[in-house]
Design a binder for this molecule. Structure first.
Ligand code: ACO
Length: 429
């Protein structure tokens, strides 16, 4: 039987249908509220607002659950690969052996990038931030594939854009990395898998062949899988809202990259490493910083601890902690940042302040440590996050278009000046 919520305003009652999801999440449907009552809801930051009904990703922050298309993140991280997860997110089901083989082959066919892209890259000054470069290059792809400007093309043609994006973004990322260092760009190697190929394009030198370390490649694979989607977060909502104006997929993804650039979203792992450096620069006393984080009169927070959504544990952090331990052991890196990180982690997990507030190391704490150990410069951390999040953005864009969602256009409560006559410049004091 249909359930309704009742809203009473000035004695008049409005019935709001209750929508229930497959995981028993409930929400009031207010889509007719303005037409019926003349009122809107106000929810800055959309903390209580569902923008869509989605079947891509489910997360329950209280219970520490994250599932892509119903499959637990723990099982995907252990048994799957990034490309298989990308297929799952984008097409809705795990691929058969043949489908996976075809998908991988299709991506390999599109990994090369037009040589003219190098001219665009070379136009950036060496001071360019890699996220700005990446979003520009993602948009530039429209110039090489102008037919993609029309998002109402056949599903087959849209699929070609999807394959091109998945194939070319890692090549572009590696080219922007080598370009910034003044090193010759590496070309994709179709004999390697997706992650191995990416690592080799990043780190291969004309003077020294890059050896793919399976532990390093596995850690990177897991970072990509764990970041592949996170339901209606800031960058994903951006991709959906830009796409809702019927902007093409490249442009929508470029907008997602820009949203992810912000330190409140994709930049948190960078902040973790900066904090560790700062602790070292200030004498290396981790306890002093732990105390600062606990001081209610000090705005300092321990970066990489706590999460807006996960209030008991971050399931992604539990998986990456094991990877971080393996990587540090394997590479034998003993930089002081890692010592401090271990110290902070151990101290915070035993500290009443952190236990009471359920502040555990989050995914950024460990992904920052892993990427630093692998040799990825910190300004590239959000770029790695972009490669990981790409399948999620694509899946969510595709779902939004399949649902034929209307253009995203929030309303507001206006609180500015009421009508007033224009004042001539000579009369203004
Ligand atoms: N260090 C010290 N104290 C903290 C921290 C922290 N990292 N995080 C929260 N607290 C404290 C707050 O001071 C507050 O204490 P109080 O109750 O005595 O006032 C309490 O814990 C609750 O904090 P809120 O700010 O209400 O928690 P919220 O859910 O809003 O914040 C957030 C979550 C933003 C992630 C926060 O924990 C934080 O700033 N962490 C550090 C930054 C970080 O690692 N961000 C990455 C998040 S993961 C991601 O975005 C993918």
């Amino acid at each position: 039987m249909a359930e309704f919520a009742e809203l009473k305003v000035n004695g008049k009652e409005y019935k709001l249908p209750i929508i229930e999801g497959t995981e028993q999440e409930k929400g009031f449907d207010i889509s007719k509220l303005r037409a019926e009552s003349g009122m809107i809801t106000l929810d800055t930051g959309f903390k209580n607002t569902g923008s869509t009904q989605s079947s891509v990703t489910f997360l329950d922050g209280e219970k520490g659950i994250l599932r892509y298309r119903g499959y637990p993140i723990e099982q995907l991280a252990e048994k799957s690969t990034f490309l298989e997860v990308a297929y799952l997110l984008i097409y809705g089901e795990l691929p058969t052996g043949q489908e996976l083989f075809d998908f991988k082959s299709d991506i390999k066919k599109h990994q090369l990038v037009h040589e003219d892209m190098k001219k665009i890259l070379q136009g950036f000054p060496s001071t360019a931030h890699p996220m700005g470069v990446l979003s520009s290059l993602a948009t530039s792809l429209t110039a090489f594939f102008p037919e993609s400007l029309d998002p109402n093309r056949s599903a087959e043609k849209i699929n070609l854009t999807i394959l091109r994006l998945l194939a070319k973004i890692p090549t572009l990322v590696s080219w922007s990395f080598t370009n910034a260092r003044g090193i010759k760009a590496n070309y994709p190697d179709n004999n390697l898998d997706y992650v191995g190929n990416f690592m080799k394009m990043m780190f291969n030198l004309p003077t020294e062949e890059y050896e793919i370390d399976p532990i390093v490649a596995d850690a990177m694979e897991k970072i990509f899988i764990l970041h592949a989607d996170h339901e209606q977060n800031c960058s994903t909502s951006t991709v959906r809202i830009v796409g809702s104006s019927h902007a093409n997929l490249y442009a929508s993804v470029a907008a997602g990259i820009n949203a992810l650039w912000g330190p409140l979203h994709g930049g948190a792992n960078q902040k973790v490493i900066e904090m560790l450096k700062n602790i070292i620069d200030n004498g290396g006393d981790a306890k002093k910083f732990l105390d600062k984080a606990k001081d209610p009169n000090d705005p300092f927070r321990l970066m990489g601890f706590g999460h807006r959504v996960y209030k008991n544990f971050d399931p992604r952090a539990q998986i990456l902690k094991k990877q971080a331990d393996k990587i540090l052991e394997r590479l034998g890196v003993d930089e002081p940042e890692f010592e401090i990180a271990k110290h902070l982690e151990e101290a915070a997990l035993k500290d009443e302040y952190f236990i009471e507030r359920k502040l555990y190391p989050n995914v950024d704490f460990y992904s920052g440590i892993i990427m630093k150990a692998i040799g990825i410069p910190i300004e590239m951390f959000p770029v790695m996050f972009s490669i990981g999040r790409l399948p999620g953005w694509i899946a969510q864009w595709k779902e939004m278009r399949a649902h034929n969602e209307p253009i995203g256009r929030p309303r507001q409560i206006y609180v500015g000046a009421t009508e007033r006559p224009y004042v001539e410049v000579s009369d203004r004091s």
